[in-house]
Design a binder for this molecule. Structure first.
Ligand code: FAD
Length: 456
């Protein structure tokens, strides 16, 4: 009997335990199921769908090179897989574990109807593999990272199977075009393809490019004007690479990779928190924050729109928001500044910001997005940083963002470094660029006043 190989956010053939297990056991029917109902409000956003389209094309090509192909089906995952099993006589399904709350529910539903073999490999270690002295899950990053580090390096990656056996008859497949994953009018993703090559080959190419830069990463990663980070996040989100592969490749650079490895551990940390607290994307992990008097979007709507479109009058924030819209990605340092500005200076609920990121990021990831937004807000399970209000203008100078601003805010491109971070203050603002929608001090004081409601 053939086996079903069920792909989700693990769109690769190499170092993929479900692929290896299925290929070793018999003819394989690889399938991707587009299930928009299970995630409910977390159904994939627009930028992610653009990525998914191209990544599925790439996976199908890789499978074809192994004598196989990718079957596409759409609908409720458990129904679709059951129907496919009936049609093909398959009884067993191989897949990787996924930890988004909806995937865990879907796995339970599938497991009730079919023999579902779940494998590890999406994280450095499965959530819960390291525990505190009292046996509980870690809540704070630093001790978690220390404990996880004791189990590193991760199991070395194993190679792609040479061939993947085909069934006697291929079941029917949807046509990818009929899923309409790509934007049509207007094509807001037209700039994406110059920055990104979704799929396993593009992912490996980015790793190879990054190897020479590992030694500079500890400094360079904070500077948005240069390409100092790996740009692996969408590839990791869609599982086009395993984190174990990235770990080992980067370690083999001969340079000190500790700081980079710790970023990969942040990803494991975020997944652990999302497992422990499945509502992380929609509820404050620190319940006291439920009392915070956020501004209502009915009155703050224009400010929210200015933030989304990169017209707040804060060049570093605007550059970030425009990079996000133009490329589906934003530099980490700028994500922190832009998120902090929305939450504190504009006093708009982090959930609105997280939702916008969800729709516009090619690396939109339930655990990473939710945990990072709540980390900036201070409502997360770890430190409460609400009162540590970032000053966007000094951050912009400190991290030397002039080149970045020139790239993304062309209205300011002619300003010299000394004026570009805060053109308003120097009377240097061109007419085409908006004035600040809120003063730094005014925003800061309003945020601190609101915060007093939740203390005590
Ligand atoms: P590198 O610096 O090269 O890091 C390598 C990898 O480590 C990343 O690809 C990522 O998988 C992981 N990583 C790095 N930083 C973090 C972090 N803070 N938390 C968790 N994992 C991390 N990352 C996402 O992947 N998806 C999101 O939806 C997302 N939303 C974010 C929202 C906010 C408000 C903030 C502040 C951060 C968010 N991040 C998110 C984390 C981080 O900004 C990105 O992972 C990073 O910018 C990706 O670029 P890179 O691959 O070049 O990172």
């Amino acid at each position: 009997d053939p086996l079903i190989l069920w792909f989700r956010q693990d769109l690769r053939l190499s170092d993929q335990a479900a692929v290896a297990a299925a290929a070793a056991q018999g003819p394989v029917i690889p399938v991707y199921v587009l299930d928009d109902a299970a995630p409910r409000q977390w159904k994939m956003g627009g930028a992610s769908r653009w990525w998914l389209h191209h990544s599925l094309v790439s996976l199908d090509n890789s499978l074809k090179a192994k004598g196989s192909r990718l079957i596409l089906r759409r609908g409720d995952s458990a129904d679709v897989l059951s129907a496919l099993a009936r049609e093909t006589g398959a009884t067993r399904i191989h897949a990787l574990h996924h930890y988004e709350p909806w995937w865990r529910n879907v796995e339970k539903a599938v497991g009730k109807r079919l023999e579902l073999c779940l494998h590890d490999g999406g994280l450095l270690l499965p959530p819960g593999a390291v525990r505190t002295g009292t046996g509980g899950p870690y809540r704070i990053y630093t001790p978690f990272a220390r404990a996880l580090m004791e189990h590193m390096p991760p199991t070395p990656p194993y190679p792609t199977p040479h061939a993947i056996g085909a069934p006697d008859h291929w079941p029917a497949s949807d046509r990818l075009e009929d899923w309409h994953l790509l934007p049509t009018q207007p094509d807001w993703a037209k700039g994406f393809s110059s920055d990104w090559t979704p799929g396993e080959a593009g992912a490996r190419h980015n790793v190879a490019n990054f190897i020479d830069e590992v030694g500079d990463y500890p400094e360079a990663r904070n500077l948005p004007s240069i390409e100092g980070t790996s740009r692996l996040s969408p590839h990791l989100h869609f599982g086009e690479l395993s984190p174990a592969y990235v770990w080992h490749r980067v370690a083999s650079s001969g340079q000190d990779a500790t700081i980079f490895h710790k970023e990969l551990i942040w990803r494991d940390y975020a997944y652990l928190q999302a497992c422990e607290f499945p509502a992380y994307g929609s509820a404050n992990a620190r319940a006291a924050f439920d009392a915070l008097p956020w501004r209502d979007l009915r009155t703050a709507g224009a400010d929210f729109a200015a933030w989304k479109t990169g017209r707040t009058g804060y060049p570093i924030v605007d550059a970030g928001m425009r990079q996000l819209w133009g490329t589906g990605w934003m530099h980490n340092r700028v994500r922190m500044i832009a998120a902090s500005f929305l939450i504190k200076h504009l006093l708009i609920d982090w959930r609105h910001g997280a939702r916008w990121f969800w729709d516009t990021l090619v690396d939109a990831d339930y655990a990473n997005n939710s945990v990072n937004w709540q980390w900036v807000a201070g409502s997360g399970v770890d430190a409460n940083l609400f009162t540590r209000i970032m000053a966007p203008l000094s951050q912009s100078e400190k991290f030397d963002a002039a080149g970045y601003i020139r790239e993304w805010v062309p209205e300011l491109a002619n300003l010299p470094d000394a004026l570009i971070h805060d053109p308003d203050a120097h009377d240097a603002r061109p007419r085409a660029y908006p004035a600040k929608i809120v003063g730094h001090r005014e925003g800061r004081e309003r945020a601190l006043a609101a915060y007093r409601h939740i203390k005590g």
